[in-house]
Design a protein around this ligand. Structure first.
Ligand SMILES: Cc1ncc(COP(=O)(O)O)c(C=O)c1O
Length: 406
């Protein structure tokens, strides 16, 4: 293996988090030292802070096509998801929730918690590409169903779910529909009327904005029970002094990513498909996870048989290439990703899966270097690997590919 270490970091983990866009940083800057007031204060410096929060809401409302009063600022994706799911559940007191097996832990753990409190939850299966079948979802609806919560795009395998169709079904049955759009925010349409959602979670940390800030879009027709009580900020739904610089940064990041997404998506899709082609061609016994076309423009998730993803991660890190073996939140544990399990991969195949997520600074040269070092790492690891899996044995179940019908 070549000992040469790259001094430049090639960051291919944008789904975990992104660096901040310099334009976002610049927009946030005055709100640390100049406009530092508490938006709840009645003096000038407080009123100026209140004004920028109100303006931010107007800007976001235009982007996602809703009213300002339908936006609640939170501390990020996890909090918005908790507020959406528990907020509906506690308001209703009892009932049934429909979600999927491939949601982020923020959704799954919230649903597990609610099961302990007596709520019923259906975890929908997905097909081999990670797609939910809207017909299966409709079949799962009962008289008790109070909420459907399905992610817009998956953080591990990048599959984009049929949100619009699911929203139509939810509307037909008069059931509240929440989508976790944390991974979709930088690349997909967020018009809440077009995509038919009543609740939508977004965060700043995936869109070149600050970490620790996000929103929950809440349709005026939906009533939620607050989870955080106190001074009554955010219409009483999220008490606590507002994170003014964070809110400014989130708003700027959302504005930039949504206005620039068309051009950036074209660039990323080209790079994404180039990386997929190069990896599959140059490294034998490898295959793509997630849907080939209904996938996020920046996501490449590939399984390399007969190797451990964690070993690949460490060797790539030594070469200056940063990737992930699953969702960042579970990367400390050596369990097989629940998403790869849900798409039917046997554990030995899932263990060698790597997620490369591209971003603003990714170049073709970065990808060429990554493929070159990865090929060498995998060849070396395979030489000493006791695992031997055949390409025809990678799945323990064959979930019918519903994507073929769409
Ligand atoms: C799909 C998805 N949902 C929710 C979250 C959680 O967001 P946050 O880290 O802002 O709480 C993440 C971030 O990893 C995510 O990718």
């Amino acid at each position: 293996m070549s000992q040469q270490k790259k001094s430049k970091i090639i960051y291919l983990d944008h789904a975990a988090t992104t660096y901040i866009d310099p334009r976002v940083k610049e927009a946030m800057d005055p709100y640390f030292e100049d406009v530092y007031g508490n938006p709840g204060s009645l003096h000038q410096i407080g009123l100026r802070a209140r004004e920028v929060i109100d303006k931010s809401k107007e800007t976001i409302a235009k982007i996602i096509n809703c009213q300002s009063k339908e936006i609640i600022f939170t501390s990020g994706g996890t909090e918005s998801i908790n507020l959406a799911i528990k907020g509906v559940a506690f308001r209703k007191g009892e009932g049934h929730i429909i979600t999927s097996k491939i949601e982020h832990p923020a959704v799954l753990e919230t649903c597990h918690y609610l099961e302990q409190k007596g709520f019923k939850v259906t975890y929908l299966e997905v097909d081999n590409n990670g797609l939910i079948d809207p017909k299966e979802l409709e079949k799962a609806i009962t008289k008790e169903t109070i909420l459907i919560t399905i992610m817009y795009a998956n953080n591990e395998i990048g599959t984009v779910e049929p949100i619009k169709e699911i929203g139509e079904i939810a509307k037909k049955h008069k059931i509240i529909f929440h989508t976790d759009a944390c991974q979709a925010a930088g690349a997909l349409d967020l018009d809440v009327k077009k995509i038919n959602v009543d609740l939508m979670t977004l965060n700043g940390s995936k869109i070149y904005g600050p970490k620790g800030v996000g929103i929950l879009y809440k349709s005026a027709d939906v009533k939620l029970e607050p989870l955080i009580h106190g001074g009554g900020q955010e219409f009483g739904l999220r008490s606590g002094t507002e994170n003014v610089p964070g809110i400014i940064g989130f708003t700027k990041a959302l504005e930039l990513s949504q206005t620039e997404k068309e051009i950036e998506n074209i660039r990323l899709i080209k790079l994404r498909d180039y990386l997929i082609k190069e990896l599959l061609e140059k490294i034998p016994k490898s295959f793509l996870n997630g849907h080939k076309t209904k996938r996020l423009p920046n996501n490449v998730n590939i399984s390399f048989l007969d190797v451990e993803g964690e070993s690949i991660l460490l060797y790539l890190d030594q070469k200056g290439v940063e990737i992930s073996t699953g969702s960042a939140c579970s990367s400390q544990k050596l369990e097989v990703s629940h998403v790869l399990d849900a798409i039917g991969l046997i554990h030995d195949a899932a263990h060698g899966s790597i997620r490369f997520t591209l971003g603003h600074r990714t170049t073709k040269e970065d990808l060429d270097y990554t493929v070159m070092v990865l090929k060498e790492i995998i060849e070396n690891l395979r030489r000493i690997s006791p695992i031997k899996v055949r390409m025809e044995d990678i799945r323990n179940k064959s979930v019918e590919s519903s994507s073929d019908h769409h």
